[in-house]
Design a protein around this ligand. Sequence first.
Ligand SMILES: C[S@@+](CC[C@H](N)C(=O)[O-])C[C@H]1O[C@@H](n2cnc3c(N)ncnc32)[C@H](O)[C@@H]1O
Length: 189
Amino acid sequence: MELTLLSTLLLLKAVLFFASIALVVMIAPNHKNIDPPFLPSRHTAIRRALDMLAIKPHDVVYELGCGSGRFLFAAYEREPHARYVGIEHSLILIMYARARRLLLGNPRNIEFIRGNLFDTPLAEATKVYAYLLRSAMVTLLPKASRELKGATLVSLAFAFPAEKKCRDTVTIFPPPSNHGEHLLYIYDF
Ligand SMILES: C[S@@+](CC[C@H](N)C(=O)[O-])C[C@H]1O[C@@H](n2cnc3c(N)ncnc32)[C@H](O)[C@@H]1O
């Protein structure tokens, strides 16, 4: 009896999770088909990315396409004195991230900007996290090269085109993974 209730609850949780992702994907704006859909980073990937970024209190940390803010909240937990900026174009996800910030006591050093990451100025970032798509990385490279000065960027799963040399690659867990989600690419700008 208890087992049936537990499996029903688990099933309901899974259905709600996939339904909310489908809803977000359906109503998110799409720019020239380069926009990645919402898929949250795994916690293990976030932990390794945070190890590589080594965020300090003076850092300004940007997450490009921040989704629910999972990475930024984990980063804030490790280093509460840095400044955090999440850029996200989905209204639902930005509202969700802002609600989570409210529950944290509305820290003034976490900001969620609703906008297109390809149009948002990045110059003040010193550390950047991205989990996008290969096509988005191609579009992002000229902008990142122009605007990011002295910043470190960590990308989950997707590398910039080969012309941008990667400082390091980190394997998070053994392959295979669907789209290379076992890899982090570390870039210096
Ligand atoms: C693969 S998900 C990653 C979410 C989050 N960064 C994480 O790692 O948990 C990509 C996110 O980028 C957002 N996104 C896609 N294109 C965007 C754009 N042009 N401007 C802003 N956000 C965008 C999507 O809505 C989605 O939340």
